[in-house]
Design a protein around this ligand. Structure first.
Ligand SMILES: Cc1cc2nc3c(=O)[nH]c(=O)nc-3n(C[C@H](O)[C@H](O)[C@H](O)COP(=O)(O)OP(=O)(O)OC[C@H]3O[C@@H](n4cnc5c(N)ncnc54)[C@H](O)[C@@H]3O)c2cc1C
Length: 404
């Protein structure tokens, strides 16, 4: 049986980028993916500039739109614009992005095996074996990139299931719209005419609804933290009604799906013997926005770097360094983001108050825009945000429960 340096389980953005970087670094890599790409993945497809900057090849052919602003609807139906001089994000269709990234992994030399579902993991004396129906793949190291519903975390003994506060349930649909309707229904930025994404914080606590303009329609969805579940189906229906009224178009939701998204925070364990978890499988998603593509890319790249160092040093224990570095960077950021998410979602009053401050204070608007689009990490500006809140908005800060 062939012995690979690295087996990557799952061919979403986390797995594809990891396999691509590891193959570029000279590792003998196999990527096992249960679906055949292009496959559908429920996702708004919005990603910030940091994600694009971190990819060292051109992906402009899969970018459908760029945007400079997000329009937030607060519980009291105040409309707040989050914007910055910088571009704040890109919109993609996941089936196209993921296919493209998988092709890049293949071009770099990774062996991509599609239509192969991994059903178990076996540790051996000299490596690790991924078992699929009727086949198995042996490697020195393994990366679990099999998403929120994956089995690798469980097989490795890292996590048997998500706690209800670690995961959100979403309903979403890709809604086709004619070009003429799209033109009239899409909100555009008043200064440069670029599309604006919409975020609805008025429909439920502990989550939000969204409407993102794509090339041939809208990506619409709503999500809510599992332990705070209100009636998601009812909120979804209200969202569709609201968009139909606002945009004066009929929304076809026949392809709607329900799907989970993990919400990052302090999860503690990301490695096991010879193995690392990346992307959704590791729970690396913003608890504030549900953005996970950029974390998938960041963790996939880090795992590839650590894997190539481990292979070069012939030191499988080096995977511990992946967890060390992930905790200092991504986990720290997600813990901070969870904190701000809990302030924002604590009650409708909290959401209103926070966005009132953002709407009235240009610096707070800039900070919030940067946090939502991940232009800067919340960890980097947490001190500045706290100082500004307490000095310029002391009474509202007290009502939000912020302390000096
Ligand atoms: C409704 C919704 C909207 C979202 N919107 C956004 C957004 O706008 N922006 C954003 O950044 N993030 C968004 N996210 C989050 C984002 O989709 C994820 O964070 C991202 O897909 C994570 O990538 P990944 O590679 O870790 O996992 P995935 O993209 O889930 O890929 C995992 C892959 O593993 C494969 N697989 C699973 N099990 C096995 C197995 N046993 N064997 C082999 N292969 C397997 C799957 O087929 C899949 O291809 C959204 C999520 C949801 C649910």
């Amino acid at each position: 049986m062939k012995l690979y340096d690295l087996a990557v389980i799952g061919g979403g953005p986390a797995g594809a980028i990891c396999a691509r970087d590891a193959a570029e670094a000279g590792l003998d890599v196999v990527l096992l993916e249960k679906a055949h790409h292009p496959r559908e993945k429920p996702c708004g497809g919005a990603l910030g500039p940091r994600a694009i900057r971190s990819i060292d090849f051109d992906i402009s052919n899969v970018i459908e739109r760029t945007f400079h602003a997000a329009l937030v609807y607060t519980p009291s139906m105040r409309k707040v614009i989050l914007t910055s001089e910088e571009l704040i994000g890109y919109l993609v269709t996941r089936s196209k992005l993921d296919l493209f990234l998988l092709q890049k992994a293949e071009e770099a030399g990774a062996e991509v095996v599609q239509g192969t579902q991994v059903v178990g993991i076996e540790q051996t004396r000299t490596g690790i074996r991924a078992l699929s129906v009727g086949d198995s793949y042996k490697s020195h190291l393994l990366v679990g990139a099999d998403g929120v519903n994956g089995i690798i975390a469980r097989e490795l003994g890292i996590r048997s299931k998500w706690a209800p506060d670690q995961v959100a349930l979403c309903i979403s649909a890709e809604v086709p719209v004619s070009q003429s309707d799209l033109k009239s229904a899409m909100i555009t930025h008043e200064s440069n005419g670029s599309p604006v994404i919409e975020m609805y914080f008025n429909l439920l606590s502990w989550g939000y609804g969204w409407c993102f303009p794509k090339k041939n329609g809208f990506s619409i969805g709503i999500g809510c933290r599992m332990d705070k579940q209100e009636n998601l189906q009812q909120s979804w229906e209200r969202l569709i009604e609201l968009i139909e009224v606002e945009k004066e178009i009929e929304i076809d939701t026949s392809n709607k799906v329900s799907y989970r998204v993990p919400l990052g925070g302090k999860l503690n364990r990301y490695i096991a013997r010879r193995s690392m978890l990346v992307g959704d499988a590791a729970g690396l998603v913003s608890p504030l926005t549900g953005e996970g593509i950029s974390y998938a890319i960041q963790s996939g790249k880090l795992a590839a770097k650590i894997a190539s160092e481990a292979v070069e040093m012939r030191a499988p224990l080096h995977v511990a360094e992946y967890e060390n570095q992930l905790k200092k960077t991504v986990e720290r950021e997600l813990v901070d983001t969870r904190w701000i998410s809990e302030v924002l979602h604590k009650s409708k009053r909290h959401t209103d108050l926070l966005f009132e401050i953002v709407d009235e204070d240009p610096l707070m608007r800039k900070y919030m825009t940067n946090i939502v689009s991940r232009i800067t990490t919340f960890s980097d500006i947490r001190g500045k945000v706290g100082k500004r809140m307490l000095s310029k908005h002391p009474l509202k800060s007290i009502r939000l429960g912020l302390k000096g």
